[in-house]
Design a protein around this ligand. Structure first.
Ligand SMILES: Cc1cc2nc3c(=O)[nH]c(=O)nc-3n(C[C@H](O)[C@H](O)[C@H](O)COP(=O)(O)OP(=O)(O)OC[C@H]3O[C@@H](n4cnc5c(N)ncnc54)[C@H](O)[C@@H]3O)c2cc1C
Length: 385
C-alpha cells in the first residue's frame, strides 16, 4: 500500500515517526540481507526496493509533489539512521540520490515527467559515469567526448569504477562538449540509455572476488539531445550541486561502531579482552569513535536547522573511514588464523564475516572524494593554509 501520498510525515512527532519506520524495517526487511559486507546486486535486493516503492518510501528526500515522502531534514536523518541501525543494504540508488534531485532542480518539466516516474517505480536503475582513467580526483580532466550531430550527441570514451553498472539501465555521464574551453567550462551532464548501440559494460573483479565496479566503453553512442540536463557546457555546476546534504551520510559513525561491536565480541571469545595491549588499543579506538559521534552530532544539528554544511564537514569522512579501517584491521589481528576464512564464521551467538569490514573499509577512504582531497579542503578552505 502506498502510504506516502496520504500521510503527512512531518506532522508526526519525531519519536512516533522513528518507531513507525523502525517497526516497518524490522518486520519487512529480509534478515539474511542485514549488514552484508558487500554491495548487494539488484537480483538480491531489488524486491525490497520494489516493496519500498510500492509503499511510497523509495524517495524520502524528494518533495511530495514529485512523488517523494517530502521529509524534513530531521525526519530524513531519522530515516537514514534507522536504515543503518537495521543494517539495510544500500541498493543501486543513484537515480534516487542524484538523478532525481538534479532533474528536480535543473531539468525541464518534460524531463521531469519523462524520467522521474521510472526512477520511483524502480524500472530505471542508474549508474554514475564520472570517473575515467586519469580523471578521478582531478575529474575535470575527463576526456569522454560528446559531439553534437544534428539533434543527437555522439559519445565516445571510457568511464571506470562505475558501481554496479552491470545492473543499471541508464547512466548519467559527464562528457566534454567543448574541447577548446578551459577544463571545467566544457563539460555537460547527459543521460544515457545503457542499451544503446555502442555501449559496452565490463565488470572488474575486486580483491574480495566481487564484481562491484565496471569499466564502461562508449563507441559512437547516439543520444538524443534532449537528454542534456541543464545548459550545454554547464555540467560541472550541475555535478557540483549534488555535493550538498548527502555529505553528512558518508561521515556517519555507524560503520565504525558496527565494527567495534564485532571486535568486542571477538575479543571476549578469544580471551584477549583482558590483555593490556589489546585493551589499550581497543579503548583508544573506542574513544576516537565516541569523539567522532560528538562531532557528527554537531553537524546533524546544522542539517536540522536547514543550513548548508560548511567545508569543515570533510573532517567527518576522514574520521569515519579511518576509525573504520583501524577497527577492521584490529578485527583481523584479533581473529588470528580465523581471519583467513572467507565468508561468515560463527562468533558468539551469530555468524560474522571477519573479512567483511576490511573489504568494506579499504575503499571507503577513496570514494566520495579521497581522504587526501578532504584534507586538502580542510587545509585550504578551513585552515587557510
Ligand atoms: C567503492 C568505490 C565506488 C566508486 N563508484 C564510482 C561510481 O559509481 N562512479 C564513478 O564515476 N566513480 C566511482 N568511483 C571512483 C572514485 O570517485 C575515484 O576512485 C576517486 O575519485 C579517486 O580517483 P582515482 O581512483 O582516479 O585516484 P586518483 O585521483 O588517481 O588518486 C590516487 C591517489 O592520489 C591521491 N591524490 C590525488 N590527487 C591529489 C591531490 N591533489 N592532493 C593529494 N593527494 C592526491 C588520492 O587521494 C589517491 O590516494 C568509485 C570508487 C570506489 C573506491
Amino acid at each position: 500500500m502506498n502510504t506516502s501520498s496520504t500521510q503527512d510525515w512531518n506532522a508526526l512527532d519525531d519519536d512516533a515517526f522513528r518507531a513507525l519506520i523502525r517497526s516497518r524495517f524490522e518486520a519487512d526487511y529480509p534478515t539474511h540481507l542485514r549488514y552484508t559486507s558487500r554491495r548487494l546486486r539488484w537480483h538480491e535486493n531489488g524486491e525490497w526496493y520494489r516493496h519500498m516503492s510500492a509503499m511510497g518510501w523509495i524517495a524520502p528526500a524528494w518533495p511530495v509533489a514529485h512523488g517523494g515522502m517530502g521529509l524534513s531534514p530531521t525526519k530524513l536523518l531519522i530515516f537514514h539512521e534507522e536504515q543503518e541501525r537495521w543494517g539495510i543494504g544500500r541498493f543501486q540508488d543513484h537515480g534516487i540520490l542524484m538523478v532525481g534531485p538534479v532533474l528536480i532542480r535543473f531539468g525541464t518539466d518534460a524531463q521531469r515527467e519523462r524520467w522521474l516516474p521510472h526512477i520511483l517505480s524502480c524500472e530505471h536503475i542508474w549508474a554514475q559515469g564520472y570517473s575515467e582513467p586519469n580523471a578521478g580526483s582531478d575529474l575535470a580532466s575527463l576526456r569522454t567526448e560528446a559531439r553534437i550531430e544534428g539533434d543527437e550527441f555522439v559519445i565516445t570514451g571510457q568511464k571506470i569504477w562505475t558501481t554496479l553498472a552491470q545492473d543499471a539501465t541508464h547512466m548519467f555521464v559527464l562528457a566534454r562538449t567543448d574541447k577548446q574551453a578551459k577544463k571545467q567550462a566544457g563539460i555537460s551532464f547527459i543521460l544515457v540509455d545503457l542499451t544503446s548501440p555502442g555501449v559496452r559494460v565490463r565488470p572488474i573483479r575486486d580483491l574480495a572476488g566481487h564484481e562491484e565496479f565496471n569499466e564502461v566503453f562508449f563507441d559512437h553512442v547516439r543520444v538524443p539531445i534532449d537528454h542534456l540536463v541543464g545548459p550545454l557546457n554547464a555540467g560541472w555546476d550541475v555535478a557540483k550541486a549534488l555535493l550538498g546534504f548527502e555529505r553528512i551520510h558518508i561521515g556517519s559513525p555507524k560503520l565504525p561502531q558496527y565494527a567495534l561491536g564485532i571486535l568486542a565480541k571477538l575479543a571476549q571469545l578469544r580471551g584477549c579482552h583482558t590483555d593490556p595491549v589489546f585493551k589499550a588499543r581497543f579503548n583508544a579506538l573506542r574513544m576516537d569513535i565516541e569523539d567522532h559521534c560528538d562531532i557528527y552530532a554537531r553537524f546533524v544539528e546544522i542539517v536540522k536547522r536547514g543550513e548548508p554544511l560548511p567545508d569543515e564537514v570533510s573532517v567527518l569522512k576522514i574520521l569515519a573511514t579511518e576509525t573504520f579501517q583501524r577497527a577492521a584491521d584490529l578485527i583481523l589481528e584479533t581473529a588470528g588464523p580465523a581471519a583467513q576464512l572467507h565468508g561468515s564464521v560463527p562468533i558468539g551467538d551469530g555468524l560474522v564475516d571477519l573479512l567483511g569490514p576490511f573489504y568494506k573499509a579499504m575503499p571507503a577512504s577513496i570514494y566520495g572524494g579521497s581522504n587526501e582531497i578532504q584534507r586538502n579542503i580542510l587545509a585550504k578552505n578551513v585552515l587557510h593554509l
